[in-house]
Design a protein around this ligand. Structure first.
Ligand SMILES: Cc1cc2nc3c(=O)[nH]c(=O)nc-3n(C[C@H](O)[C@H](O)[C@H](O)COP(=O)(O)OP(=O)(O)OC[C@H]3O[C@@H](n4cnc5c(N)ncnc54)[C@H](O)[C@@H]3O)c2cc1C
Length: 359
């Protein structure tokens, strides 16, 4: 019998690869060191962004054969506030789909697990990938190096209506942002800081005061959630003979920490490379090289633009419209390419431990 294709890690990238391979008739074994899929997260609400590409992300998943068998709430409106001014932002199509992460049946993670098992994938839980067998795809997630961002918050039940609010306020998420997301009575309020990690709980208390308490939002059964954002420079697509995908390959937006879409896309790309005998490093470089560039440029622009309580950033989004601004920021344009050398130097000074880390 032919050797199975072995995958390290059963997160979104590894499972997307596994589903693609198994549907094409290959025997697939996934090793997952945790007890179940989704255990990295504790019920967090996360957004799958829908602005970096013209194709709607759910259509993209459908084109990979991934069914929408999970809670995915489209948001076409949101509020941005810096604490003194609030603007409602409208999008011509969903700006993002709110999904749940964790081990509940309606999470993205459990849905991908179900779809992988149904396709015939074998998943060994509680089992780190063996060192003595060839691993075709390394989907092992963050590398545990210096975090570039810390995210902390709570999930809770509430009577408040569905909403998405972004709070741009350094006291509540230094160089980052805080957010309140509510979908069908389930809510998440978190702070993501890119600095002063030691005071993250104080920053989050400020976010709770501004986003929940002062708005009279009911909170039932709160639970702590959160995690660390890691970054490695994009570009190392192979580790030995393993094709590296998702967060393990640095496919993590350095501006705001979005990574699910890139994780799934890269998992599928690696699976197709296996199936078609293609050079994954070449394909990935072509597909994702710009991600590393735009991430650094956008982080620099955000960091410089936060002066004056983010008023300039808010005005830009209000006047130009959020969708065109986001499309511009995430497009591999000549402006992005021209700014990249400057952004690279700026980031190396601003985030030396992160930028100089190699996997
Ligand atoms: C707090 C927080 C909030 C976020 N919010 C968003 C958001 O709103 N939108 C968004 O798009 N992205 C968000 N992200 C990023 C997103 O979660 C990641 O980009 C995505 O999960 C990456 O998927 P992955 O499959 O590459 O890695 P992971 O999801 O980390 O999966 C890797 C898996 O590999 C397993 N593993 C690791 N080592 C081994 C080993 N040696 N053997 C076997 N198994 C192993 C791990 O246990 C894990 O299950 C957030 C991240 C954090 C931390």
């Amino acid at each position: 019998m032919a050797d199975p294709v072995r995958i390290r890690g059963a997160g979104p990238s590894g499972l997307a690869a596994a589903i693609t391979l198994a549907r094409a008739g290959r025997a697939v074994v996934v090793y997952e060191r945790r007890r179940d899929c989704g255990r990295r997260f504790g019920g967090d609400l996360q957004g799958i962004e829908n602005w970096s590409d013209n194709v709607d992300v759910l259509d993209e998943l459908a084109s990979y054969g991934i069914a929408r068998d999970f809670h995915a709430a489209p948001f076409t409106r949101g509020v941005q506030t810096n604490g003194s001014r609030a603007d409602t932002l409208s999008f011509p199509r969903p700006a993002f789909y709110l999904v749940k992460r964790g081990t509940a049946p309606d999470t993205l993670d459990q849905s991908l697990k179900r779809q992988a098992l149904a396709a015939g994938v074998t998943i060994h839980f509680d089992t780190p990938a063996p060192d003595d067998l060839p691993i075709a795809i390394d989907a092992s997630g963050p590398l545990g190096r210096t975090p570039f961002a810390v995210d902390t918050g709570i999930v809770f039940e509430t009577d408040a209506p569905d909403q998405a609010v972004a709070l741009l306020h350094d006291a509540a998420g230094l160089r980052g942002y805080s957010y309140l997301l509510i979908t069908e009575g389930y809510a998440c309020c978190c702070s993501m800081a890119f600095d002063a990690f030691a005071t993250i709980h104080r920053q989050h208390a400020e976010a709770v005061r501004r986003l929940i308490t002062s708005q009279g939002i009911t909170v039932r059964s709160p639970r702590r959630v959160g995690g660390l954002g890691h970054f490695v420079p994009v570009g190392q697509w192979m580790r030995g003979a393993s094709r590296v995908v998702g967060e393990a390959a640095g496919l993590q937006d350095f501006l705001w920490g979005f990574g699910i879409r890139l994780a799934i896309r890269s998992g599928v790309l690696a699976a197709r490379a296996v199936l078609e005998g293609r050079d994954y490093a070449l394909d990935a470089d072509q597909a994702f090289r710009a991600v590393g560039r735009t991430g650094l440029v956008n982080r620099m622009l955000w960091d410089l633009g936060r002066v004056g309580d983010y008023r300039g950033i808010m005005a830009l989004l209000r006047v130009r419209g959020p969708y065109p601004v986001l499309r511009f920021l995430y497009r591999d344009s000549w402006v992005q390419r021209a700014l990249y050398p400057l952004a690279r130097r700026w980031s190396e000074r601003r985030y030396p431990d992160v930028l100089n880390a190699r996997p």
